[in-house]
Design a protein around this ligand. Sequence first.
Ligand SMILES: Cc1cc2nc3c(=O)[nH]c(=O)nc-3n(C[C@H](O)[C@H](O)[C@H](O)COP(=O)(O)OP(=O)(O)OC[C@H]3O[C@@H](n4cnc5c(N)ncnc54)[C@H](O)[C@@H]3O)c2cc1C
Length: 416
Amino acid sequence: MKVLVLGAGVVGTACASYLSKAGHEVTVIDRQPGPARETSFGNAGGVCPGFAGPWAAPGMPFKVVRWLFEKHAPLVLRPQLDVQQWKWLAAFVANCTVERFAVNKARMQRIAHYSKACLVALRHETGIAYDNGSGGVLQVFQTDEELDGAARAAKVLASFNVAHRIVTSAEAIAIEPALAKASVSLSGGLHLPDDETGDCHLFTSRLADLLAERGVAFQFDTTIRALLTEGDAISGVLTDRGVLQAESYVVALANEAPSLLRPLGIDIPVYPVKGYAVTVEVGDPEMAPRSSVMDEHSKVMVTRLGQRIRAAGVAEIGGYDTSAAPDQAAGVLHAVRALFPQAADYRQVSYWAGLRPMTPDGPPYLGTTKFDNLVLNIGQGSNGWTQACGCGQIVADMIDRRLPAIDLDGLTLERR
Ligand SMILES: Cc1cc2nc3c(=O)[nH]c(=O)nc-3n(C[C@H](O)[C@H](O)[C@H](O)COP(=O)(O)OP(=O)(O)OC[C@H]3O[C@@H](n4cnc5c(N)ncnc54)[C@H](O)[C@@H]3O)c2cc1C
């Protein structure tokens, strides 16, 4: 079957891989000159099913109010004259109950663990390398209050059979020795040994190269303007280079999907939440993280990607602008310097900001719509690198009318 995949981020490209493997004739379209040039470009590099969970959590609305008054707050709210932002915020708050959190967390855990298994299988099949590592993630705490929270988190992890261990600060330093030089004191940590790391942009680019060799067509520098319909089917995609047609269409357009779907009567609550990253070359490898450290205090994740360190964090709810605000970028830099002060020359960092395509409840939207040949693969939010392979496999299964390997309850348009 001829399939058009709209979007060459990690989500669209991974999906193209499974569709091509299933024997389809696949074309991937993107407005950028290459793959993974938007949100998939500079993320924190964590493939972390252990951490997968909704941001809409009990107590979160109170934290947001407190953070409104902090300079380097992990969450920044910039109100817009945009009804979509307010609808999204209202739905987010409605999901901050104990019951909704439990339901949403279970849904995200299901897709995230499945997806990691798909990524590992793809890696073995293709031999693809992307500055990847399998050294786990160490969450570190700076206060006793944060450490108390780890005990609650550990119970949740145990309920999902996620390998984990609460560690003392000395044990945390044994796992990540460079933390011995941290300029902040640690109260302890939570280690998730099975999580992985890797450069999402490198993965996507190399996967796209492999796919191109396998016959997948990539049409870059092509902006999609509208989805065209005929009866209950999509008849084509209107782009700035003319109309493109296929038998099936996969929407992997992240934050741009809602505005293209709304004219078709499909209203998906995906809204951008901006994050910031800094990348720096490792100066002294002994002083750098071995794998990945998640600083609970600043909510900044610091990951070793080959000879580089990537630190990323901040959730800024303020529209579609991707410029890096100096205060927020400085906050991320401050956090990585505090943990690994001697790892690099921090005067030589590169800054980046990207928009997480977030749903208010957390899980993505996968699968069919009221149009027979239109399939969604959007809204992976802060976990899109972790979830891309699993979502791609599921969407390929759905197009072929195969039963996906996991229960899709809560991952489709029909969710409650
Ligand atoms: C700071 C930060 C840190 C993160 N850290 C992690 C992490 O550690 N682990 C993790 O799992 N996830 C992480 N994420 C989330 C992850 O990066 C995203 O979920 C993921 O990249 C989304 O992939 P995507 O393919 O859906 O979106 P994108 O990569 O944005 O791809 C969408 C594509 O659609 C194209 N497009 C859009 N509109 C059009 C149009 N009209 N015409 C043509 N093309 C169009 C774009 O050019 C783009 O290439 C992080 C995100 C941020 C911002």
